[in-house]
Design a protein around this ligand. Structure first.
Ligand code: GTR
Length: 362
C-alpha cells in the first residue's frame, strides 16, 4: 500500500491506533477501551451525547397487510412509544418481513421519506433479495430545522442544550437504536444480522448509530461526505465551516471549534468507521458527488483498516491506488463502491449493500 499510504500521509491524520495517553493499541482487548474512548470523543466533540435508553419501548400495531408486495411479504406499521422526561413520545416504524425467508437478515433504513416504497427505498427488490426491512421517517423524530422544540428534541432539554449535548444526528441515531430495541423482540428476524443504512445526512447518522451500538453488525453509509465517512483534513467540497453554518443543529455546539481548525481535531472521520470495527462497514460513493468528496470517503476506509488487523481480519481490501468508477470492493470487512452519477441513493447502491451482506453474512 505504498501509493495509498503516500496519499494518506498528506492528510496528516491522528493515529486511531494510539490512545489519549499515547499508548499504542496492540491487541483486540486494548481496542475495546480505545473504542469507548473514540465514541466518547465523537460524542463530546461532534455529534453530542444522547440520553440513556428508555427502560422500555412499547410497540402498538397500527395496521398490517399480510399480503403486501404481490403477497411476498407482511408489511406492518407499528408505533413505538417510550417515556421521556416530558412525557411519552412515540413514532411510527414500517416493518416488512419476507415470507420466503425465515429469520431474515434486516436492513434498518433511516429514511428521508415516510413513503414505503420510495425512490430511495426499492422495497420489492430488497424482499426479492431475501431481506427484511424496518424503516422510519427521520422527521417523525424531530424536524430537520434549526430548533430544539419539535418532537424528540423538545422532550429532553429543548433549546437549553449543553455544549456537548445531542444534535439532531444523534437524535436520529438514538431513535434507530430504539427501533433496534423493538427488533430484538421479533422472532422473524435474525438479530445477529442487522445493518443500519442511510443516505447523506442519514448516512452520517447510520455510521454514528453503528459506532455506538454493537447490536448492529453493519453500518452502511451512502454518500455521507462531510462529518460522515469522509476525512475532514484536506477534504474537498463541503468543509466543517460550511456544514456548521448551514446545519449547526445536526451537531453539538463543541463542533464549531473546528471550523477552519481541522488540524487541531484529536480525531478525524476514520475514527467513526473504526469504532464499528471489527464489525462490518459499507461506504458507497458517487463520482459526481463532489460536495461529499468520494476520495476522502475512500481514504477514510483505508485509514480505518489497520484496526481490523488487530482482530486478524481485513478492513478494506483494495489495489494500491485510488478507485475508478465501477470499482466494487467486497473482499474485506469494509465494503466500498464508487459509481457514476450524482448524489442519490440508487438501485445500484442497494444492490451493492445486498451483495455485500449476502457475501459476508449469508
Ligand atoms: C447537504 C449537506 C451534506 C449532505 C446532504 C444531504 O446539503 O451539505 O452534508 O448531508 O445535504 O443530506 O442530502
Amino acid at each position: 500500500m505504498i501509493e495509498l499510504k503516500r496519499i494518506l500521509e498528506k492528510r496528516n491524520l491522528p493515529n486511531v491506533m494510539m490512545d489519549q495517553n499515547s499508548t499504542v493499541i496492540k491487541d483486540d482487548k486494548m481496542w475495546a477501551n480505545r473504542r469507548q474512548e473514540i465514541v466518547q470523543l465523537l460524542g463530546s466533540q461532534v455529534y453530542g451525547f444522547s440520553p440513556p435508553a428508555p427502560s422500555k419501548v412499547s410497540p402498538k400495531l397500527v395496521r398490517e397487510d399480510k399480503d403486501a408486495f404481490a403477497g411476498k411479504a407482511v408489511h406492518s406499521v407499528i408505533d413505538l412509544s417510550f417515556d421521556t422526561p416530558r412525557g411519552e413520545f412515540s413514532f411510527p416504524v414500517n416493518l416488512i418481513i419476507p415470507k420466503a425467508v425465515s429469520e431474515a437478515p434486516l436492513f434498518l433504513h433511516i429514511a428521508f421519506s415516510p413513503n414505503v416504497p420510495d425512490k430511495y427505498f426499492p422495497v420489492e427488490e430488497i424482499i426479492d433479495g431475501g431481506f427484511a426491512m424496518a424503516s422510519f421517517y427521520y422527521e417523525d423524530i424531530t424536524k430537520d430545522k434549526d430548533e430544539f422544540e419539535s418532537g424528540l428534541a423538545g422532550m429532553y432539554s429543548g433549546e437549553n442544550r449543553k455544549p456537548d449535548e445531542w444534535g439532531k444526528i444523534s437524535m436520529w441515531a438514538w431513535s434507530a437504536q430504539r427501533v433496534m430495541d423493538f427488533i430484538q423482540t421479533l422472532e422473524e428476524v435474525d438479530k445477529a444480522r442487522i445493518a443500519v443504512v442511510g443516505h447523506s445526512r442519514l448516512g452520517k447518522t447510520a455510521l454514528w448509530c453503528a459506532a455506538q451500538d454493537e447490536r448492529f453488525i453493519m453500518g452502511i453509509s451512502n454518500e455521507s461526505g462531510c462529518s460522515g465517512a469522509a476525512i475532514s483534513r484536506g477534504k474537498k467540497g463541503e468543509r466543517i465551516r460550511d456544514i456548521v453554518k448551514t446545519f449547526p443543529y445536526w451537531f453539538c455546539e463543541n463542533y464549531k471549534e473546528y471550523v477552519d481548525n481541522e488540524e487541531n481535531m484529536p480525531f478525524d472521520q476514520h475514527f467513526l468507521i473504526s469504532a464499528i470495527a471489527p464489525r462490518y462497514v459499507y461506504v458507497s460513493s458517487a463520482i459526481g458527488d463532489e460536495w461529499a468528496d468520494p476520495e476522502s470517503e475512500f481514504l477514510s476506509c483505508v485509514a480505518a483498516s489497520d484496526v481490523y488487523e488487530l482482530f486478524g481480519v481485513k478492513g478494506l481490501v483494495t489495489e494500491d491506488r485510488l478507485p475508478e468508477v465501477g470499482t466494487k470492493l467486497h473482499e474485506g470487512r469494509i465494503g466500498y463502491h464508487l459509481r457514476g452519477g450524482t448524489h442519490y441513493l440508487s438501485r445500484y447502491d442497494w444492490q451493492g449493500f445486498m451483495e455485500f451482506m449476502r457475501r459476508k453474512l449469508y
